[in-house]
Ligand binder design. Structure first.
Ligand code: ADP
Length: 449
């Protein structure tokens, strides 16, 4: 039951309830109608027999029946006249009713004959001089049960129709009522997916609970967006403010070191220069991240010869690679695509820097296009990333192997978050395939045009 949607659960619940109520009502209806019909039938039987009893008489010892007024068959009742010694004097019993039940004055009997039930009522007519006569009325039960049977039959045809109508109509109404919830869910999912806090849940105006929920949600998004923007602004302001003092420290270090200080003072100056340089790079990364993350920041896409650009970037990078390392490029010529070149350059540089940082001796770059999508792959034969770390490498300041990184390699855990931001700005994505000890492959896929 839990795997069913709320709409279906509600529909099922009230359909079953309705079916139950209808069956109950039908049961009560049939019982009541049978009682009423039976009462009515008994009344009809008694009144027909009593009326006919008035129309029988003796004329000089001969039974006289007023044929004009005596009804042998009226309202389903067959009337018969019997003598005092219970011999049929007039009338014909219904077909199949052969027996002659005991005569009981003014009493209704139930008799079964040939598998059918009958109501039998007797009226004894007495005279002063002549012997008594019996007027007997016989009413077959089939005449009565026919009515309740037609009620049941009618209910049997209309009931399923009503239930189906209620189920379909109810499901439609519930579906409509839940429409805003679906829109709400979809919008929230797309906001979560695209991490775009500037989006809002859009709905037709309304005042019900769901609209209030959507409004509350929009208010929450608004506040979240404001606080994120404030945080970004703060990071951006701090980064800007820090740039000047750090540049001054670096310049002063350079000057001091150019004086070739000896001993511990010289070493101290080198440590200061290294750390200031690291701080400087951190500031640049932070400024990039806040700039790319700004709500109004858009990549300036323009069509370029991507093959040429990628090859040139690889060649530039090849000049910097350490001895014993090789860079293999598989780049077909003439592949054109729409990219923001400075951002694309930054993305490739980050991936190449990482690849060379962790590779054993080989880094591969390949470029290709298929089905309107361009793929740039940067792979290495390095230490790889354990599966449980693969999601986290995209987090800011996350370093999968801090002991090896940080000081030794100048890592900060900001390169891949920038890569992902750039990929999103190109309406694309960047994926990672990696196995520890076998290397890693980062693939940037984005629309060509
Ligand atoms: P940084 O390289 O400055 O530490 P990144 O965001 O670029 O920051 O990378 C985050 C972490 O992901 C790195 O610390 C490293 O542990 C892991 N990583 C990135 N690229 C590779 C790679 N090619 N091989 C193995 N690990 C990698």
């Amino acid at each position: 039951m839990k795997h069913l949607s709320i709409k279906l659960r509600i529909t099922l619940w009230y359909t079953m309830l309705m079916l139950l109520i209808l069956l109950l009502v039908l049961g009560v209806l049939v019982t009541i109608s049978e009682t009423i019909i039976q009462d009515t039938a008994e009344n009809v039987l008694v009144s027909v027999v009593d009326f006919n009893a008035e129309e029988v008489d003796y004329e000089d010892g001969v039974i006289e029946i007023d044929d004009d007024d005596f009804d042998y068959f009226k309202d389903g009742v067959t009337s018969l006249v019997y003598t005092s010694d219970f011999v049929l004097a007039s009338g014909e019993p219904p077909r199949g009713f052969q027996q002659v039940p005991t005569f009981l004055d003014e009493q209704i009997q139930r008799v079964t004959a040939s598998g059918e039930q009958y109501l039998v009522y007797d009226h004894r007519v007495t005279f002063k001089k002549d012997p008594e006569l019996w007027v007997r009325g016989i009413l077959p039960m089939s005449a009565i049960s026919g009515v309740s049977q037609s009620i049941s039959r009618l209910a049997l045809f209309t009931l399923p129709f009503l239930v189906v109508l209620a189920a379909v109509g109810g499901y439609g109404i519930t579906k409509r009522a839940f429409q805003p919830v679906r829109i709400l869910g979809e919008t929230v999912a797309s906001i979560t997916e695209g991490k775009d806090l500037s989006r809002r849940v859009e709905m037709e105006p309304g005042r019900d609970e769901i609209h209030t929920l959507a409004q509350t949600f929009n208010d929450m998004l608004c506040r979240l967006e404001q606080s994120f923007e404030a945080e970004k602004q703060f990071v951006s302001d701090v980064s800007h403010e820090l740039r000047t003092p750090v540049s001054v420290i670096l310049a002063q270090c350079e000057f001091a070191l150019s004086q070739q200080p000896s001993g511990e003072a010289g070493e101290a100056l080198q440590v200061i220069e290294r750390q200031a340089d690291r701080m400087n790079r951190l500031i640049v990364h932070l400024m990039t991240i806040t700039r790319l993350g700004q709500a109004n920041f858009r990549a300036e896409l323009e069509e370029v010869d991507l093959s040429e650009c990628t090859l040139a970037l690889c060649e530039d990078h090849a000049l910097l690679i350490p001895a014993g390392m090789e860079l293999v490029c598989d780049i077909p010529s003439g592949l054109r695509a729409r990219v923001d070149l400075p951002l694309y350059t930054r993305l490739l540089q980050n991936l190449l820097q990482n690849a060379f940082k962790y590779a054993q001796n080989r880094v591969e770059v390949s470029l290709g296009a298929k089905g309107g999508m361009v793929s740039l792959r940067v792979g290495d034969d390095g230490i790889g990333i354990p599966p449980e770390e693969q999601d986290r490498v995209w987090w800011r300041f996350y370093q999968a192997n801090p002991s090896r990184t940080a000081e030794e390699s100048g890592s900060m855990g900001l390169g891949l978050p920038i890569v992902r931001q750039i990929a999103l700005l190109h309406h694309g994505e960047v994926t990672l395939e990696s196995a520890p000890g076998q290397g890693s492959v980062f693939t940037f896929t984005f629309p060509q045009g």
